[in-house]
Write a protein that binds this ligand. Sequence first.
Ligand code: AGP
Length: 611
Amino acid sequence: MCGIVGYVGCNQAAPILLAGLKRLEYRGYDSAGIALMNGESVRVLKKPGKIHVLEDAMEASSEMATCGIAHTRWATHGAPNEPNAHPHTSMDGDIAIVHNGIIENADIIRKQLVSEGYTFRSETDTEVVVHLIDYLWEDGAPLEKAVQAALRNVDGAYGIAVVSSRDPEKIVVARYGSPILIGVGNNGEMLAGSDAAAVIEVTRDVVYLDDGDCAVLTAEGYRTYHLEGHEVKRGVHKVTWALDSIEKSGYPHFMLKEIYEQPSSVADVMRGRILPGSGDARLGGILEHESELAQVERIVITACGTSWHAGLVGEYMLEELAEIPVSVEYASEFRYRNPVLEEGTLTLAISQSGETADTLAALTEAGQRGSTTMGVVNAVGSTISRQTDFGIYLHAGPEIGVASTKAFTSQLVALSLFTMFMGRRRSMSASRGHEIAQHLQMLPAQIQEVLKLEEEIRELARGYKDAQNFLYLGRGYQFPVALEGALKLKEVSYIHAEGYPAAEMKHGPIALIDEDMPVVVLAPRDPIYSKVVSNVEEVKARSGKIIAVVSDDAPELQGKVDHMIKVPHTLPHLLPVLTTIPLQLLAYHIAVMRGADVDQPRNLAKSVTVE
Ligand code: AGP
């Protein structure tokens, strides 16, 4: 949620930290701050608002500061004002900390520290950690010892970076439940970041820390430790994605760029994974678990938001084509009830970021109950990808727009490959597998066709931009698409929208329909099409304005709907890949026309690393 960056080396730290913060701004953007160390003192500047506000406030400094930490915040404890912005400092200003996560026993520690004479300047949970480091710092000990001692007393989740003028030219980082990585520079410089985007301009060599790890960074190098103090070894990984994948490359917004990346992101998730001859999928990440997967009798899919919608499509695919019973769980609910995971249950977590706290917690719960765990994840090296027993990467490249677009379509394709894999090991015939393979391979070109509809959809957006509410209806494979279309509109345009199973509408929401209610109906020609036509009649009879997404000329709908958006046709279980894209474009253009901040919608953050 929040973004962290740290630098220690031989160059001016401030420009490197600011550049890293800008790359992380998508993670949280209600305030930003920086702590620079010049050996004798720690200088802190923080500002509410976006990073450019902090940047504008930083006077051109001749002071050489070659070590520092910085932070962009998404508020959890306390309003997004200056006192609550990070870094937080000790009372004497010698120690500064930036933190991502939540300290659950903050109130208890705060009371104890107040009784010891500490005064607090913010409402944040983070401030207790910096005072605790100060309180537990033994004379002559290095900074890392004090940090380790403090962290042994806190409960909750954290990714932190700490600097102190008492032990200068050093950054101490630590993680538990919130990601931190080290960027290993070539020329006597080391970085820290909450994700690789923070360090990529300087280095592609990164070290992912595990929960319970802490590390000491100096210009000479780094050492990794367990919080208990003993040294641990963590390998260096290469970040392979290109720098321009985290730049707008001429597009006005990341969301639009990522919508337009879908022909290639969908091609990338399939690359080398389809065996058209045998109608099978070759999925490197799960191949060696083939015999284990053959024993699977039930799958529980767990995820949040858009990834949860992809999970619903996955449920329908796996049940229809691989004949495996599937249930789909909101990760945030799964954990707090008593899920029955009998032997033979596979728990499958879907996540773009691989860092979503709720999904991670659900996965941990499933693992503790003895379930085999699998991930469908985009971010390589992320916590979920490392915590699962095996999995499938999306290879969609970084997704920066807060509203997920390309990750969703890649998730759908990854799930259809997994369905093919599971189906072919059960009842699916080679010819059925072959047919699916052929249709999968056509998808990138078909997405190109859908993208040509942008102008038409922009015009449509003009007519509906002032609507107060929207209803999205779909059945079968198109029901999750209705949910996803509504979520996209809500997130970026702040228009209230509901996704509903088309036939369920008559059990309540039909009361909402009048001439002011735009209704988006997903009506491609699939086995349930004729039933959807009846649902369209029900809306029309109540004067609703209907936008239908169809996959042929849909003569049955002519004269009954107000607008038709026609996408190419494919197999029913692959149609969601094509029908979703017009809804992404519709949400995008409505949001732009309403003047909303498309890439950084209010109150949202890209990866939700708090429960
Ligand atoms: C999607 O547009 C949302 N911003 C959000 O619902 C997101 O899908 C959800 O938080 C899950 O994230 P994840 O895929 O990174 O786990």
